[in-house]
Design a protein around this ligand. Structure first.
Ligand code: UFG
Length: 327
């Protein structure tokens, strides 16, 4: 298949381009490079453009005639979304609307969409399955939920086939070191812990040690980016005209912040200074997926997502392949 990968120069997008190429598909990266990286474009053609630029997007669809689109192009900082909600709605919702309309105008009938466990907010039932009520608590989470609703409505009305993938905590890097994570600013736990291990940060702050969890720190379901990438390839084959489906992507196992730091000390062999800090507003104590629907519907299972492998690949990426990050 020919697949237009919007946001294909980003973290999960670039790993997915590699997985597509390895599976015999042809990725075409469509990216504005606002947050994506030109070094991450290694698999397939590149077209520079913004999701909200219907003219450029339309010309690209006309030129390449893709069979499907995978859409990663979005803003993804929860805190920023609280401060700048309009910007988030413009990019994540407005951009998706432009994409849906432009795909329709050019007869592209299938989309795989990056969604998030943030659409569930703070559910009282764990692990979280797809029928859990979606009640996001941040503008970011709301943009993703609105995106799912827009796609579901477009499927019903116009015969689009769409799959939303609700990621839990994406982490890790390509085992061969061909691409990896690099955000500016970095806000995610694992890269920050590893930067503290490398000595480029003085310490890691633990946001809250008094949660109702066994060690008092927040529990998350960390999923290796290579497993996420494989799920996108699998999702392409379940896009069916008129049908909308959503799948959780997680491991079903939670890991606490303290456990992540313990693993990181062992893997890096470094002392990681830890500083207790106050809770970060909006952090649920525990977010763990029930991913059995993806196992049945996508024939997908996480194969790379032990905390050890996630931290090991992220550490190698940071210290061997992308040394600039730790300089
Ligand atoms: N944390 C720290 N110190 C830090 C950074 C993070 O203690 O310096 C904690 C957070 O408070 C949280 C855990 O580590 O308890 C994981 O934090 P991340 O920022 O790595 O990830 P989140 O779980 O907050 O965010 C992820 C995705 C978002 C998504 C969100 C849904 O990255 O895109 O889950 O809740 F919106």
């Amino acid at each position: 298949m020919k697949v237009l990968v919007a946001g294909g120069a980003g973290y999960i997008g670039s790993h997915t381009c590699k997985a597509l190429a390895e599976a015999g598909h042809t990725p075409i990266v469509y990216d504005s490079l606002h947050t994506g990286h030109s070094w991450a474009i290694k698999w397939g053609a590149f077209e520079r453009g913004d999701l909200n630029d219907a003219a450029t997007l339309g010309a690209v669809l006309k030129r390449h005639r893709p069979d499907a689109v995978i859409n990663f192009a979005a803003l993804a900082y929860v805190g920023d979304s609280v401060r700048e909600p309009n910007h988030y709605y413009r990019v994540n919702v407005g951009g998706l609307l432009t994409l849906i309309e432009t795909m329709r105008a050019h007869d592209v009938g299938a989309m795989v969409f990056s969604s998030s466990c943030a659409t569930y907010g703070e559910p009282d039932r764990q692990p979280i399955d797809e029928d859990t009520r979606q009640f996001p608590i941040s503008p970011y989470g709301r943009t993703k939920l609105v995106g799912e609703m827009m796609l579901s409505d477009a499927c019903a009305a116009h015969g689009l086939g769409a799959v939303a993938l609700r990621y839990f905590n994406a982490a890790g890097a390509d085992a061969a070191g061909e691409t990896g994570e690099e955000h500016d600013p970095e806000t995610h736990l694992i890269p920050l812990v590893l930067q503290a291990a490398a000595g480029v940060r003085p310490h890691i702050s633990i946001f809250g040690s008094d949660y109702d969890t066994p060690d008092g720190t927040c529990i998350r379901d960390y999923i290796h980016v290579t497993d996420l990438a494989a799920a996108h390839v699998a999702a392409l084959s379940v896009c069916a005209p008129g049908k909308f489906a959503a799948f959780n992507l997680g491991t079903g196992t939670g890991t606490s912040i303290n456990e992540i730091i313990t693993h990181a000390c062992a893997i890096t062999g470094k002392n990681i200074p830890v500083v207790p800090a106050s809770r970060r507003p909006g952090d649920p104590p525990r977010l763990v997926a029930n991913a059995s629907r993806a196992a049945a519907g996508l024939k997908w299972r996480p194969l790379h997502s032990t905390p050890e492998n996630i931290i090991e690949t992220a550490w190698r990426w940071m210290t061997e392949h992308r040394q600039r990050v730790v300089k």
